[in-house]
Structure formats: C-alpha cells, structure tokens
Design a protein around this ligand. Structure first.
Ligand SMILES: NC(=O)c1ccc[n+]([C@@H]2O[C@H](COP(=O)([O-])OP(=O)(O)OC[C@H]3O[C@@H](n4cnc5c(N)ncnc54)[C@H](OP(=O)(O)O)[C@@H]3O)[C@@H](O)[C@H]2O)c1
Length: 253
C-alpha cells in the first residue's frame, strides 16, 4: 500500500513526537492512543454490539499504526466483545506484542489471539488471580504478568515493566475504560481518532471520559472516504470562565 501524502503528514507527526520523547527520563514506552468513534463520540453502540466505524482507507491507516509500534494494548472487555486479533493485516508489517489488561483473567480461553500463532500475547493480571487460570493461559502460550491491583492494573507499574521488556512504543486501542484510564494518568503522548458518519445517541453506548479538559497540540485532520481522521498530542487546557469572551463570542454568532 502506498500512503497518500495526507496520511504521510500523520506519520511524520508521529515520528517527530517519538523523536522528542524522553525514554531515559520516563522509563516507559511512548504511548499512542488510537480509536474510532461516531460523530457523537461513541466507541460502540452497546458493550455487546459491534459497530463498524472505520472504512477501508482508515483501517489501513490503523494497521500501519499498529506496524509502527512494538506493543498493542486493549482491555479485557474488548477481547470478550470483539474477539480481535490485534495483528497487522491490511498493510505489510510486523505484529506488535499483544497486551490485554485482565485483572482476574476473564479472557475466554477460546479467544483468537490465544490460538492464532501470530506473535506473543501478554496478559496483565492481579497477583491474586486464580493460579489455575494463570497456568491455563501460560499453557496456551501467553505470558502472564502479575501486579498488586486495587483498581485494575496499575498503569505506571505496567508501563515500566513493558519498558523493561524492551517495548519502546505502545499503541492503545481501547475500549472506553482503557482509553479513559490512559488519559486520566496523562500517559498519552499522541492520539489518532477515526471519526465516522454515525450519530447513535444511545444511553448504553460505550464512551470514554476525560477527567480534565484537554486539547490536541499539533492538531491536524484529513478526510478519508467516509471517515475523518484527526490527531495530535493531548495537553491540559484551561477553559474560559463563565461569562467570558467565549460565551459572549457564542452569543454574537
Ligand atoms: N471504536 C473503537 O475504536 C473501539 C476500540 C476498542 C473497543 N471498542 C469497544 O469498546 C467496548 C469495550 O470497552 P469497555 O470500556 O467496555 O472495556 P475495555 O476498556 O475494553 O476493558 C475494560 C476492562 O479492562 C480491565 N482493566 C484492568 N485494568 C484496567 C485499567 N487500569 N484501566 C481500565 N481497564 C482496566 C477491567 O476489567 P477487569 O477488572 O476484569 O480487569 C475493565 O473492566 C466494546 O464494545 C468494543 O467493541 C471500540
């Protein structure tokens, strides 16, 4: 696949951000958040239904992004719901190490990624997870890393561990809880969002949350078939106070 020049600008920005990242100071991988959302900000209609937001061109970009990272990470709910492979298929490239956040080892033992022989799988779980499950997944070829957990997998410890294992760049694809956790910890160095044309307006829809207002530095956007792809580096932003210029500006529109 040849990337169009507009897509090249995305990869140039990503490469530049990776070059600026201080591994020696942070001792963690560079983190790219990459997901698809509806025009009203939903990741999925409900946690048990799949919505195809990305069209072919955007899918190729997603797979190119995967090939550009040494690790890929999702939450266990995404594996339970979507049974994803998390491999590079739509473009040439190497598969990243696949990592699942799974405190209690709830991942179904029939999950594709445990059987497809497309590269290593790492399950991040609680140190108190049942031993029989841990042994079962190790027998299936997965590596199980255990952590002291209070509220899910502690991301700072996990990222340091991944760094020690040689992972220098990590793509985080979802779902909503995982995206929210990475954003809340300030561990997102770059993000790409594929926006689709749907508005689903469903109370049960899967969404992500931001705890603090953020804005994307180096913001850029391109149109790809029926998607808009935008990207940038999240930075905290001060919102204007009530009755501020912004409000007066809106009133004047
Ligand atoms: N549109 C997209 O790009 C996209 C991408 C991926 C997924 N999705 C959709 O997202 C939905 C799943 O999202 P979801 O929000 O329900 O779940 P999720 O983010 O996939 O997984 C969340 C689960 O991960 C585990 N976890 C462990 N440590 C965590 C931590 N530090 N932070 C966050 N989670 C942690 C928790 O389960 P335990 O407590 O059991 O460990 C938690 O319930 C599916 O419908 C899927 O189709 C959409």
């Amino acid at each position: 696949m040849t990337l169009t020049s507009s897509v090249h600008t995305l990869f140039s920005s990503l490469t530049r951000q990776k070059e600026l990242f201080h591994h020696s100071k942070t001792r963690r991988p560079f983190v790219t958040l990459s997901f698809a959302q509806t025009a009203d900000g939903c990741l999925s209609t409900t946690s048990s239904e799949r919505l195809y937001i990305s069209h072919a061109a955007a899918l190729r970009v997603t797979h190119q992004l995967r090939a550009d990272h040494s690790g890929i990470l999702v939450g266990v709910e995404t594996v339970i719901t979507d049974n994803p492979q998390l491999t590079v298929r739509h473009v040439p490239g190497n598969n990243p190490l696949r990592i699942v956040l799974d405190t209690n080892l709830r991942i179904p033992d029939t999950s594709s990624l445990l059987h497809d022989k497309c590269g290593h799988v790492l399950l991040a779980s609680d140190q108190n997870a049942p031993l029989d499950k841990l042994q079962k997944f190790e027998t299936l070829g997965a590596q199980v890393l255990t952590f002291p957990c209070e509220n899910g997998i502690p991301l700072p410890l996990l990222l340091h561990k991944l760094f020690d294992l040689g992972i220098r760049d990590l793509i985080v694809e979802g779902g909503g809880q995982v995206i929210s956790s990475f954003l809340a910890h300030g561990f997102v160095d770059f993000m790409t969002v594929t926006m689709g044309k749907f508005f689903i307006g469903n109370e049960q829809a899967v969404r992500y949350r931001v705890t603090e207002p953020i804005s994307l530095e180096g913001f850029n956007a391109i149109s790809l078939e029926e998607n808009i792809l935008f990207w940038g580096s999240p930075r905290p932003v001060q919102l204007a106070p009530e009755n501020s210029v912004t409000e007066r500006h809106y009133a004047s529109i």
